[in-house]
Structure formats: structure tokens, C-alpha cells
Design a protein around this ligand. Structure first.
Ligand code: ACM
Ligand code: ZN
Length: 552
């Protein structure tokens, strides 16, 4: 019995033990996120043992990879090293296939019986992968020679096609290995969209060959403010970026786990690192300095100069080469208007384009909308779709834009009412940089707020006020990890888990199946996996003293 189990024993009853009363090791299909349908029957169970084979459809390399993942998970959870093979199943097999007929390509079914083994059938290889995740999470945590799988079936598919996490690697850089671990964490929670926030005022983190100074200059800040813009600095340079080769490697790693990486190039605001590298991109021409403090900067891209658009397209053309994602995130948040209001070139653009203040939006609001629409046209021309934070609504939404609603849900509602797709990521329920406890003195410093697991769990992404047709525009939900106050990856994990477990049921499970009390009963077995993988997670739910992550 591990430490956590001892600690939570008084809190959670014995039913959470995966071993039955007889001391046998029994799989439990009550996993997180909860499958839509689990039916157990009284037929003889399937016994997994060292002779069990994991069998995939011959010639299907993706299924082979899924089979290898399952072998790896079983090895790390129960210690059994199973053989993976193409075809030649017998009754002691776990069989992976893609035979399921479903409109939802992420759907899967699992059937378990003594005569036919465990059959995981996906509507695509992605569906099979989620079936593999469910089997993996059903395993008891033990060093055991056999595991009994109760006979029955599981029918499952995600509620939403967009199940995201955002990771900010700009305020604090995370290594390739750490980003890969983040991807593994997402796969464990059946998430499929990694929104990778790659550019910021405080650091530009993606190599762009046409503009080498973006990383030579823009990826380094000389030091970082201590705490909440205290005026005191740590005196330590902070730097880091990903080469294009590293990015290709991370994209491929995510793809194997059915995760799409959506890159974010945040513009026209949050661009001070780029302005420092190329001061002509700004209205004043600088000089600029990669920011050492947090908050919103007044210096943004100059939208009057044609050269700004050449730069944006130059950057995006390389981004598109690296990321196959249909969605490309262009940020759009927190772009103050002061520089544009005072800039002769921006004002000339406003005049030339006939951008006028109306309906509560200034001419400068319309200037941002002009910019977004032009970028969207470029992306659409390359077969991609633009997604941006809800500020892109101001001054008029670009024709095909998808809106990520972060300042509450209002932006998402407004966009869906205009028949635009939306992803819900409200700061009320999805900002994992907020505190998890009211006892903030005993927590690592956070940006503020209070977002405990139950509040995340309670989130319903589809607003009531939308019509049935408008509701279809809600593609899903996303949680965001901004890292101003998160100096290292251990702390990213601490802020993510177990809140991401709650978010995963928001994203995957139909609302009528959700139940917070039962979620809590399922959680300890997921926590066992966190422990086995050496993930650093928050323990507030278990009434144990908070263990704040150590600094690097
Ligand atoms: C944001 O939190 N600025 C999107
Ligand atoms: Zn300007």
C-alpha cells in the first residue's frame, strides 16, 4: 500500500481497491474519464497473464504502435511483459482492430470474455487508442502474475471533438522532454488538442529560419521580476527555444498519441520579444527589450506598415510547414490601442481602409479586425483555419474564425450566435494557473483566483442560452496553464493534476453520466498511475499537507 493509499483510506471506502475481497487482482472499468456505457455480465471472466498476447491487424502500423503502447502500460502498471504480434489471435489475446462502424472516429468498443479475449475495436486507430487507455486505466496497481477482467462490454465515444490543454512555454521555458511528458499526461486523460503557446512578450520560443533574430535575441530575457511585479529582479537570464527539428519531433510524438498540436503565434499584442529582435515591426521603432515583468504591454505590432504583414506571413509559412494542424492560433488577446492611435502609419491604414468607429467599437478595434481578417485569408488560402482568443470578436469577427472564449463565456456565446465555432476556456473554470487552495500561504505563488477540482468538474461547456443549432458550434473545452508564476515543469504538473482529471470528464463524458462524488471514488486509481509515472500532483483533495513543488 503506497503512502497516498494510507492517507486516503479514511476518506475513501474499500470499494476503491481494485483487488477483490478474495485478494485477486481484478480490473475495474470505472475509469477517468468515465466511459459512456459499461455493461458487465455474469459470463466467465478473462484472465490476463504472462502468456497473453497483444494482437493487431497485420499491416496496420498505427495499430501496432497502439499495441506497443498497451504492452508498455501493462509492463509499467503490473509488471507483466506481454508479446505484441500481427494476427494469430487465440482466446488468451487482447485484439486491437478498427472494425467499429461509427460516425465518431474516436469511438471504440471493448468486449471481454473468457472465450474471445479482450477485443478493442475503434472507429479508427484513434478510437482504438482510447480503448487502450481505458484498459490501461482499468488495471489494478500491483506486481501481479494475473489480472481478472470481468466479462462484459464498454461502448464509448467522446462528447466533444476538441479536448484541449494549453501550455505556455514562453513565460517559463519547458524542455522537449517536459513537453513530451505533458503530451503523455494529456493522452492519459483522453485529450487530443495541445495548444502550444510559443510566442510572448517575455520570450519567443520557435525557430523561424527567415527571421533568425527572433530566437537569437527574442528567446532571451535578461532577468525576471520577482513575484507580482515587485520591482525586484532575480538577475538570472531566462532563455530557451525549440529548433524546427525539435518541433517536428514533438509533433510526431503527439501524433502517435492522437494529439494535434495547435501552435499559437500571439499577435498583434504580446509581441515585445519579436519587436526587440526586429524593432521596425513596432509603431515607434523602439528600442524594445524582451519583457522582464508580467502583464499587458502597450507595444504591439504596427498594423500600418505593409512590412508587418510580410513578416507575419513569413513566420506563418514556416509554422505551417511544421504543424499539420487545421487550426492555427493567432492569439489576438490583450492588444492595447494606444500605439495605433498615435501612429501615422496605422492611422493612414485606418483611413485607407475606411475603418470607422461604430457600434461601440473604435477605429483601432476595427484595425485589429482588419489584421485578423487578412491573416485569416492567408491561412484559408493554405487550407487552414484561424482560431483566436475572444478579443478577435471586437471590431467584427473574421468570416471563418473560431473563437476561444477566455474572459468568461460571453465571447463564446456571442460567436456561436454568429454561427462561428467556439472552444470554451473560461477563466472561471479552466485557468489552471489559479490557486487550488484558499490556504495560499502554503501554496506555491500563483496568479490569484481559486479553482478547486469540484469547480472544474462542475463546468458545462454548452451554454443554455444557445439554440440547438448554435450549440453545435461548441467544439469543446480547454484548460490553460499560463506560466508567469510557474517556474518549472514539476509545478506545471502540480497545477495540472488532478484538475485535468476533472476537466477530462467535462470534455469526454456525457453530462448525465457525470457525478462528482463518484468521480472522487474513481480518482484514487488514476492517482496510482500518477504515482507510478512519478507525476507531481496536488493533494488537497486527500486532506494531506500540501507539498509544494521544489524549485529547479
Ligand atoms: C489570456 O488569458 N490572455 C488569453
Ligand atoms: Zn503603427
Amino acid at each position: 500500500m503506497n503512502l497516498l493509499r494510507k492517507l486516503v483510506l479514511p476518506l475513501f471506502a474499500v470499494i476503491f481497491y481494485s483487488s477483490g475481497v478474495s485478494g485477486r487482482n481484478v480490473a475495474n472499468y470505472q475509469v477517468i474519464p468515465l466511459p459512456q456505457e459499461i455493461v458487465q455480465n455474469q459470463q466467465p471472466e478473462f484472465t490476463l497473464n504472462k502468456k497473453t498476447r497483444i494482437v493487431y491487424t497485420p499491416g496496420n502500423e498505427l495499430l501496432k504502435k497502439n499495441a506497443e503502447f498497451l504492452a508498455e502500460y501493462i509492463k509499467s502498471t503490473v509488471g507483466l511483459k506481454l508479446k505484441v504480434q500481427a494476427g494469430k489471435e487465440n482466446a488468451n489475446s487482447i485484439i486491437l482492430s478498427t472494425g467499429l462502424n461509427s460516425q465518431n472516429k474516436e469511438a471504440y468498443t471493448i468486449t471481454v470474455s473468457k472465450e474471445n479475449g479482450i477485443r478493442i475495436s475503434g472507429a479508427s486507430e484513434a478510437g482504438t487508442f482510447y480503448g487502450v487507455q481505458t484498459i490501461r486505466k482499468s488495471l489494478p496497481s500491483c506486481a501481479c502474475t494475473s489480472v481478472a477482467f470481468p466479462a462484459g462490454s464498454i461502448n464509448d465515444q467522446p462528447r466533444f471533438s476538441y479536448r484541449g490543454m494549453m501550455l505556455d512555454v514562453c513565460r517559463h521555458f519547458m524542455t522537449v522532454e517536459e513537453v513530451k511528458t505533458f503530451i503523455d499526461m494529456m493522452a492519459l486523460h483522453n485529450q487530443n488538442m495541445l495548444h502550444w503557446h510559443l510566442t510572448e512578450d517575455q520570450g519567443w520560443r520557435i525557430e523561424i529560419k527567415k527571421y533568425p533574430r527572433l530566437t537569437e535575441i527574442g528567446s532571451v530575457r535578461s532577468e525576471t521580476v520577482i513575484g507580482h511585479n515587485s520591482g525586484k529582479y532575480d538577475g538570472v537570464p531566462h532563455k530557451g527555444f525549440y529548433t524546427q527539428e525539435q518541433i517536428r519531433d514533438v509533433v510526431a510524438y503527439a501524433q502517435q498519441r492522437y494529439i494535434t498540436i495547435i501552435p499559437e503565434i500571439d499577435m498583434p499584442g504580446h509581441m515585445v520579444a519579436a519587436l526587440t529582435a526586429y524593432p521596425n515591426l513596432g509603431c515607434t521603432g523602439g528600442p524594445y527589450e524582451v519583457r522582464k515583468t508580467w502583464g499587458v504591454a502597450e507595444d504591439v505590432l504596427c498594423l500600418g506598415k505593409e512590412s508587418t504583414f510580410e513578416f507575419v506571413e513569413g513566420v506563418l509559412s514556416e509554422v505551417l510547414e511544421l504543424f499539420p494542424s487545421k487550426f492555427i492560433h493567432i492569439g489576438g488577446d490583450e492588444a492595447p490601442r494606444v500605439r495605433w492611435a498615435a501612429c501615422p502609419q496605422c492611422q493612414a491604414r485606418i483611413k485607407a481602409e475606411g475603418l470607422q468607429a461604430k457600434d461601440g467599437h473604435s477605429a483601432e478595434d476595427r484595425l485589429q479586425s482588419y489584421f485578423t481578417t487578412r491573416v485569416e485569408k492567408y491561412l484559408n488560402g493554405k487550407g487552414r483555419r484561424l482560431i483566436g482568443w475572444d478579443e478577435i470578436l471586437e471590431g467584427g469577427l473574421a468570416p471563418d474564425a473560431t473563437v476561444m472564449s477566455w474572459r468568461g463565456v460571453k465571447g463564446g456565446i456571442k460567436a456561436a450566435q454568429q454561427n462561428h465555432d467556439v472552444v470554451m476556456s473560461p477563466n472561471s473554470h479552466a485557468y489552471f494557473d489559479h490557486y487550488q487552495s484558499k490556504d495560499t500561504k502554503n501554496e506555491p505563488d500563483a496568479i490569484g483566483g481559486f479553482l478547486p477540482v469540484d469547480v472544474v468538474y462542475s463546468y458545462e461547456p454548452v451554454p443554455e442560452e444557445l439554440t440547438a443549432d448554435q450549440k453545435k458550434h461548441v467544439l469543446g473545452a480547454q484548460a490553460n496553464i499560463w506560466t508567469e508564476y510557474i517556474p518549472n515543469f514539476k509545478q506545471v504538473q502540480y497545477m495540472a493534476m488532478p484538475r485535468v482529471a476533472a476537466m477530462s470528464e467535462v470534455q469526454w463524458t456525457q453530462p448525465e453520466k457525470k457525478n462528482y462524488e463518484r468521480f472522487l471514488t474513481r480518482l484514487p486509481r488514476l492517482i496510482d498511475i500518477y504515482e507510478a509515472l512519478n507525476y507531481n500532483y496536488a493533494k488537497h483533495l486527500f486532506n494531506v499537507p500540501t507539498m509544494a513543488p521544489a524549485n529547479k
